[in-house]
Design a protein around this ligand. Structure first.
Ligand code: CUA
Length: 373
């Protein structure tokens, strides 16, 4: 735990290497700029009021102290001061009115989703995210969706439609805008934006269960041209059929059919892979799994994610508390509070499945991690 804290602390201080420091003060986002200037106004008035009240306090204490020269035991006797009372009511009212006007103006700027916004749908589940691009429709060549890695354009507002498939969660990528609840049964809209390409950290910001803290995502913001080429290629993407006899082909068979003789469920029952019969919706979309850099909803990334893939497939709930993916090493897991035994795949079979899902890659021109250090 201590090592984890130190790592997290170091990551915060260094801004996670190439990545942006988690900050609501990131001025690349119009949302954050709006909030920043609202705060400046509110803080400025607070400072003015603080100085005024402090001055009045010290002035009174000093001027009417008991040992002042010419002090008379009985103070002046009078009731009220109309002018002072009017000032004390009018000034705060004016401040509140001004702050309200500024607030309403900010809300008007941020709330109605601009016509030119890019639409992206967000689905939150225990404990992962799915990001779907509604402009890429089946008619246009295929629904595009990606698990736990959100690709968005820069210099253009992104209109999110956020919902949850189970309990309440909240979407929050602090550098890109404020947070919004993901509530089952309702769709909430939200807007994020940035004018700086890069990788941003997102988190679930509403306590939602055992792996709330492990419910993260990456936002990769690309220049609009690169974003468009990502979306076009993603839309045209069809997962290739692996060459017969290869590890990928063996993995493909297990992915699609499971291994009924040992109780191993098919991955396709819960996961979707674009261009294949796999169309499950209970788990994150794996269409571009090989392009992704993170594993387990941001629990691991880069080389660590590579190393963790087999342990993850072997016993997902064992490495991520509350994960609903069944273990494939025969370990027990809980479904709706009941203990069940997972199916069994051999080491070889697990590695074949890993080979198959690693082969699911976007073409290089659409690889959103390209050029990201
Ligand atoms: Cu989902 Cu916290």
């Amino acid at each position: 735990v201590r090592a984890g804290l130190l790592t997290a602390g170091a990551a915060l201080l260094t801004g996670c290497g190439s990545q942006q420091l988690l900050s609501i003060g990131d001025m690349s986002s119009a949302y954050n700029r709006e909030i920043f200037w609202m705060s400046v106004w509110a803080i400025a008035f607070s400072i003015i009021i603080f100085i005024g009240v402090s001055y009045a306090l010290f002035y009174t204490v000093r001027k009417f102290r008991e040992d002042r020269p010419g002090h008379d035991a009985a103070p002046a006797q009078f009731h009220g001061n109309n002018r002072l009372e009017v000032i004390l009511v009018v000034v705060p009212v004016l401040i509140v009115v001004l702050l309200s006007v500024l607030t309403v103006r900010s809300m008007a700027r941020l709330n109605p989703t601009p016509q030119n916004a890019t639409s992206i749908n967000v689905l939150a589940r225990q404990f992962w995210w799915n990001f779907t691009y509604p402009t890429a429709t089946a008619a246009a060549g295929g629904v595009v969706s990606n698990g736990n890695e959100l690709v968005m354009p820069t210099r253009n507002p992104v209109a999110l439609t956020i919902t949850s498939g189970d309990v309440m969660h909240a979407f929050w990528a602090p550098n890109l805008g404020g947070q919004r609840n993901a509530t089952p049964g309702t769709e909430k809209t939200w807007q994020i934006d940035t004018n700086r390409p890069g990788v941003y950290q997102g988190n679930c910001s509403l306590l939602c269960g055992a792996s709330h803290a492990n419910m993260r995502y990456k936002v990769v913001a690309l220049e609009p041209e690169r974003y468009n080429s990502f979306l076009a290629a993603a839309q045209a993407y069809r997962a290739p059929t692996p060459a017969e006899g290869s590890a990928e082909a063996r993995g493909y068979t297990i992915f699609m059919q499971g291994k009924p003789s040992t109780g191993a469920l098919a991955c396709a029952a819960c996961h979707r892979v674009q261009g294949t019969p796999a169309n499950g919706a209970a788990g994150p979309d794996l269409s571009f799994f090989g392009t992704r850099r993170t594993l387990g909803a941001g629990m691991w990334e880069g080389e660590r994610a590579e190393e963790m893939l087999i342990p993850w497939l072997a016993n997902s709930p064992g490495v991520k508390p509350g994960s609903l993916m069944p273990p494939y090493n025969g370990a027990t897991y809980r479904v709706n509070g009941q203990v069940q035994k997972g199916g069994v795949l051999t080491e070889q079979e697990l590695s074949d499945v890993a080979a198959y899902i690693r082969s699911l890659r976007l073409p290089e021109e659409a690889n959103y991690w390209r050029d990201v250090p």
